[in-house]
Ligand binder design. Structure first.
Ligand SMILES: [Fe+2]
Length: 365
């Protein structure tokens, strides 16, 4: 007997030039958009230009906030709101990678509720003003998830803000990802893979999330040769973008699991990019599974015959240089042991020693 809930309210519009061709979608969201983006890449990859063109087609005014950094902070979110709260903003248009979209979710909440950024962490069930997302990387899947991961300096880590904000619409145009440097392509692709894997090997996995995860894993597998040869054309870019959005749909149902909980410390304290931080933990993570039926299927879907083969692939495509002392490992493991959600999502009982082994078996160059 099945018993689960499936919900994913975001409308996805996919294809080359889909943003400008479907600009009428913006009409119902109002007269003034706040474009939330990073400092550089959206200006170089055509996504900001197309966003402006689409809004101008519909005579919608816009204000640009282009100060979202990688791993955005609560302070940046507050700044975007304070600088623009008197401008009658009707909706947010997030253009960029996960950082821009995650920050935009929190900004949308501030515009709806007029609260301080800190209150986002303590109040529950907050909603935001409408949010449209234009992802320009293929990894985070934030366009199809309710999560917003922010850097919280007070807590010395990154974490989900604990609200549920799905974008209303996401435009998926792989052209915006074409000129991404390979190091970012690889790290974000591995992030998407880890969403699929942690959603698939998850206590909360269900018939529909697994259906999506299996298709996403197959798509990722089709991209492996191109990632190995570092030649990602537009067809591969489109597959990676769809993999990422599908992976977002999976973790929107299941949440992520141990590597995400363990990787945030590597990002916050060691500056390891998010996808890379997850990926280098995978050899140890996959080895702690006692029941391996689903893991074996996962590996076959991505055309890998072993955990070693997957590890060699990650080692080849990811850039990293990280070493941990025993004291750091102990501290990170204690941090994870207090993260009940991530532990609960892992389908088997896991011991402190097993968690330590995940860090100890981290990939090394
Ligand atoms: Fe992630």
């Amino acid at each position: 007997m099945y018993k689960f809930t499936y919900g994913m309210p975001t409308t996805l519009i996919v294809g080359s030039n889909c943003l400008v061709e479907n600009s009428d979608v913006f009409r119902k969201y109002g007269h003034h958009a706040l474009i939330v983006t990073g400092t550089h890449s959206s200006k170089l990859n055509g996504s900001l230009e197309d966003s402006i063109l689409a809004l101008e087609n519909e005579n919608i005014r816009y204000t640009i906030f282009d100060k979202v950094e990688e791993d955005p902070t609560l302070e940046t979110v507050e700044r975007a709101y304070v600088e623009n709260r008197d401008k009658d903003i009707d909706f947010i248009l997030a253009v960029g990678g996960g950082s821009a979209i995650d920050a935009a979710k929190a900004i949308a909440i501030l515009f709806r509720n007029g609260i301080s950024a800190k209150e986002i962490l303590s109040l529950r069930n907050l909603t935001g003003i409408p949010l449209v997302a234009v992802p320009t990387t293929a990894g985070t899947g934030s366009e199809t998830t309710p999560y917003a991961i922010l850097t919280l300096h007070e807590e010395k880590t990154k974490r989900n803000i604990g609200q549920s904000i799905f974008p209303d619409v996401a435009f998926l145009d792989a052209r915006y990802t074409l000129n991404m440097p390979f190091s970012i392509t690889a790290s974000t692709a591995v992030d998407a893979f880890t969403h699929l894997a942690e959603g698939y090997l998850n206590t909360r996995a269900n018939l529909l999330s697994d259906t999506l995860a299996e298709k996403g894993l197959k798509l990722f597998g089709e991209c492996v040769p191109a990632l190995k040869s570092r030649e990602c054309d537009i067809d591969i870019r489109e597959k990676l973008l769809l993999t990422s959005s599908i992976a977002g749909m999976v973790i929107a149902q299941t949440g992520t699991s141990l590597p995400h909980g363990m990787g945030y410390a590597l990002t916050y304290e060691k500056g390891v990019p998010h996808g890379t931080a997850n990926g280098i933990l995978y050899p140890g993570y996959l080895r702690i599974f006692k029941k391996t039926e689903k893991l074996t299927r996962l590996l076959s879907l991505i055309r890998m015959d072993s955990i070693d083969a997957l590890s060699a692939f990650f080692k080849d495509i990811l850039d990293f240089e990280v070493q941990l002392s025993d004291e750091e490992i102990r501290r990170y493991v204690e941090g994870l042991l207090s993260n009940e959600k991530k532990l609960r999502n892992h389908p088997e009982r896991v011991s402190r020693d097993e968690l330590i082994s995940i860090y100890k078996n981290m990939l090394k160059k």
